[in-house]
Design a protein around this ligand. Structure first.
Ligand code: ADP
Length: 648
């Protein structure tokens, strides 16, 4: 039975180029030189024989099995098991050392690491490259590189060695060495099929096949006596079979295979350090943004709810219908209502507050026509009780002057506004102008603000001052015992007006809290959406970069495919790269995000809210985005046609 047999094989690219009606039998131990003018179809034939390309028609038997219609997967396997390839460009992974280059075919076959190491070492020795094993392939001389190519092809102990112009780029000395190696291999039973223009090669072949215009003819071999030739370069007495054991090698476990894959990818990543770092950074920023957005919105939301929940447990606000338009701050009715509310069980204190914004308040220092003070201030009429129940400390002893309904024309200033107005003492010796009235400053409030935000920017005026204002927010603030607000809120309207309770709106801060919580979670969603967009941009950028890297590694990928790595094997290199970079980016991003949250909280004096699941989720998001951005490049890589890429 012939080792391989082609019958009526045709592969046409157009009407004139390609091969047609090819019949060829090759026996075990043959040494074929395929010669002919350029463009005649020699490489096309070699590609068909080596399963890098499929014939349009005809049959192809390998060891008696028709493999013309074998599946992609089976062809990968045959390529990896039965064939060794030596390419003209002495293709090698330039960034990797000789060991790793020579190991590649064995790795793709799934040979276990210890066996692999042994085979690689002895094969490199056999080809006189033993002392080069740790040198990067790109640093080898042309002859050494070609020997490395043959060593790699032979390490898998193929039945058939296919070579395309193996001496094409070599000087005569190196040509001799390479030819001697080929001769020696043939002597040991390896079948050789070599495309060549070199008469030296065809002189050594046992058969010479001429291809002209896509058709084959066999001419008698000019083979001279082999003893004329120099012998094997090194280890000439060691038969190859002794150093490259036959198929009794152990196969890698699946864990070993995964480690091999990771090893391949980390080598590729570390060889392109700049690119890997930038990619990782991009993912770190993307994921970090997301983590920070989530964390910051959690922290703020927590902060707001914490503050509000304290208030919510003991506060009710009562707003009479009509507000300031109907109800003036100096109306004694307010005090009567306050007293009636105070009688309800669970109520501790009741104060009232009426506030207008700075724009309508017209606060001046020396005359109603002064320029306005440059401060974000508020003007309020409040009862002294209100200040107390809001937890303001160090109130001036004169504070109860605020409770008089008579026209007293006095003011208390928060310490910031006092400074802005250049009022230094609150002893009644200085005056300010509010709403065209001259008010005596009878105190400066400098204690802790309790629950009153902006206390120190507020001018507290006697009740008559705001009486003429339309746009007033008037409300009674009720401090209850803990847990009472809901009940008190319900009881108040009836208590104040049994006939028309609807005149009063009551609100516990719990209602407000829901509102505010809603707002902050909306904000969180918004932030997360923004960060999500950043992450998508990151992924697109990363995908582009990986796509470029597929482009630049085109010949490597094709080479891997030619040596028998499956489509999945090739794409997994890129997917895994995406996963590793994504995971790293996710981890850095988590750290970066957490630092942002801590930094922000620290600067605002908040307690940071950190969820322990955030870092693992960040890494997971990194992995998913990494995988997503690698998907298209990986797919592209897997589509690479081995034959096409060798040519390119
Ligand atoms: P040789 O190896 O003898 O120089 P080839 O086998 O490479 O010749 O090419 C034979 C002819 O087929 C040439 O005209 C070449 O341009 C053409 N050819 C080879 N591969 C392809 C391809 N993938 N697509 C189109 N034309 C091709």
């Amino acid at each position: 039975m012939p080792l391989l047999e082609l019958q009526g094989v045709q592969r046409l690219f157009d009407e004139t180029s390609g091969i047609r009606d090819v019949n060829l039998r090759v026996n075990r131990g043959d040494f074929l030189a395929i010669v002919g003018p350029s463009g005649a179809g020699k490489s096309t034939l070699l590609n068909i024989i080596g399963l890098l390309d499929r014939p349009d028609s005809g049959s192809y038997r390998l060891n008696g099995v028709d493999i013309a219609h074998a599946s992609e997967r089976e062809r990968d396997r045959y390529r990896s098991r039965n064939f060794g390839f030596v390419f003209q460009s002495s293709f090698a992974l330039g960034d990797e050392n000789c060991r790793r280059n020579a190991e590649l075919g064995l790795k793709i076959q799934g040979v276990a690491l210890p066996d692999r190491s042994g085979i690689v070492e002895s094969t490199l020795n056999w080809f006189g490259l033993g002392d080069r094993s740790l040198l990067l392939a790109r640093d080898l001389s042309g002859g050494e590189k070609q020997r490395l190519g043959i060593a790699r092809a032979v390490a898998t102990r193929p039945e058939i060695l296919l070579a395309d112009e193996p001496t094409g780029n070599l000087d005569s000395h190196n040509t001799q060495i390479v030819l001697d190696s080929l001769d020696a291999l043939n002597d040991q039973g390896v079948t050789l099929i070599i495309v060549t223009h070199d008469d030296e090669v065809s002189a050594r072949a046992k058969r010479v096949i001429r291809v002209i215009d896509g058709q084959l003819s066999e001419s008698p071999s000019p083979r001279r006596d082999p003893s004329e030739h120099a012998t094997v370069p090194s280890d000439e007495h060691t038969p190859l079979s002794a150093i490259v054991p036959s198929r009794s090698v152990r196969l890698e476990t699946w864990i070993g295979r995964i480690f091999d894959r990771i090893d391949d990818v980390t080598t590729s990543l570390t060889h392109r350090m700049m690119r890997s770092t930038l990619l990782t950074l991009a993912f770190a920023l993307g994921v970090g943004g997301l983590v920070a957005a989530v964390g910051v919105s959690q922290t703020t939301s927590e902060q707001v709810t914490q503050r509000l929940s304290v208030a919510a447990l003991d506060e009710v606000r009562v707003t009479p219908a009509g507000g300031g338009a109907l109800l003036k701050p100096d109306n004694p009715q307010l005090d009567q209502w306050a007293n009636r509310i105070k009688e309800l069980p669970g109520v501790q204190n009741v104060g009232f507050t009426a506030t207008i914004g700075a724009s309508s308040a017209q606060v001046r220092r020396f005359s109603p026509t002064d320029p306005e003070p440059n401060a974000n201030l508020l003007v309020s009429s409040v009862s002294s009780e209100y200040l107390r129940l809001q937890g303001v400390t160090q109130l001036p002893s004169a504070i109860s002057l605020l409770d008089a309904t008579a026209a007293t024309d006095i003011a208390f200033l928060g310490k910031n506004i006092a400074k802005a107005l250049d009022v230094s003492v609150g002893d009644g010796s200085q005056t300010i102008w509010v709403l065209g009235r001259r008010l005596t400053v009878v105190g400066i409030i400098s204690g802790a603000p309790g629950r009153i935000e902006g206390l120190h920017n507020t001018v507290f005026v006697s009740r008559n001052v705001l009486a003429g204002e339309e746009k007033l927010d008037v409300s009674l603030v009720v401090r209850t015992e803990f847990g009472f607000p809901a009940a008190v809120a319900e009881a108040i309207p009836l208590r104040l007006d049994p006939v028309q309770p609807a005149r009063f709106t009551t609100e516990t801060v719990a209602d407000l809290r829901n509102l505010r919580f809603g707002v902050t979670s909306d904000l969180g969603i918004l932030l997360a959406a923004l960060a999500g967009i950043v992450l998508i941009i990151t992924a697109i950028g990363a995908s582009t970069t990986m796509m470029l890297s597929v482009q630049s590694r085109k010949s490597e990928i094709a080479f891997r495919r030619a040596v028998g790595q499956s489509r999945f094997g090739v794409s997994s290199l890129f997917l895994l790269e995406g996963v590793i970079i994504g995971a790293l980016g996710g981890a850095f991003g988590a750290a970066f995000g957490v630092m942002t949250i801590l930094g922000l909280s620290l600067s605002r004096g908040w307690e940071p809210t950190l969820t322990p699941v955030l870092p693992p989720i960040a890494i997971l998001i990194g992995v998913i985005t990494g995988l997503a951005s690698a998907a298209l490049p990986a797919w592209r890589a897997s589509r690479a046609e081995p034959a096409a890429a060798i040519r390119g």
